[in-house]
Ligand binder design. Sequence first.
Ligand SMILES: [Zn+2]
Ligand SMILES: [Zn+2]
Length: 282
Amino acid sequence: MEQLLPFAGFTTLFLVVIGLSFMFMFWVEALFPLVSVQDKHQIKHVSSNFGLWVIAFVFADMVVGIALLNLPDHLYQIPFGLFYWLPLNSSVLLIFIGVLVVDLFSYLYHRLLHKLPWLWRIHAVHHSDTELDVSTTIRTHPAELLLGNLWLTAACILLGIPIWVNALHEIIFIPLILLQHSNTRVSEKLDKILRPVFVSPFVHKHHHSIIREQHDSNYGIGLLIWDRLLNTYQVPCSQIPQVVGVSGMQDAKWQSITGMLLAPFRYKPQRVLEPSAAPGKI
Ligand SMILES: [Zn+2]
Ligand SMILES: [Zn+2]
């Protein structure tokens, strides 16, 4: 199987799909808002998240990510890679299993981000958004994106999966990931249809609860099967928790671009809020 990018315009396709998905979801969010927000406030919120993303994207995706996408073939042809041993003669089957494996490793990385204290300081920037909308999806510290790219690339090389499968995983799941964070009213019926296999909007918003017991669950990125299999799934009781964010990071200073960039060095974790001490769910 050809290990380099599957066709010449793959990187362009990746950027176009991401861009169009964002525009479409911003439009849907404006049409069916879950929580009404003032325009002026929303513009400031989206601008900060977008500003952080530009820095993270240029640094981790445009510079490192695209360089990783073009790693030479021989790196994948290691004799102990899982895919070297599996009799996968069909490219379609290899891509299907590759996307599943990337989703599993994304789940494991997200779980580590919550478990290791120094990684939590980086990931807390994503969770520190006190109101969820499409722009929350891209509120990621550059270090989280960079480490994630390296983690997934290492997993792909060790398992013999072409690195572009990692980008393909993002293309496939980006509309769902945007919907998970979006301030869009989603019917409970639709959410329950998604839940047996996919991380639905209710399920991921539950993960953004300020209550530690709740945000230390539902780590899946695209598929919910890993949470179900590894016992980290919690059933959401409402469309959105009453309080989202991180305890100790609710002040305005954590919401600016500088505040988010410096948060891993300044934030002192205080994840002690118990369910009984926090406001109840809607
Ligand atoms: Zn998380
Ligand atoms: Zn999230």
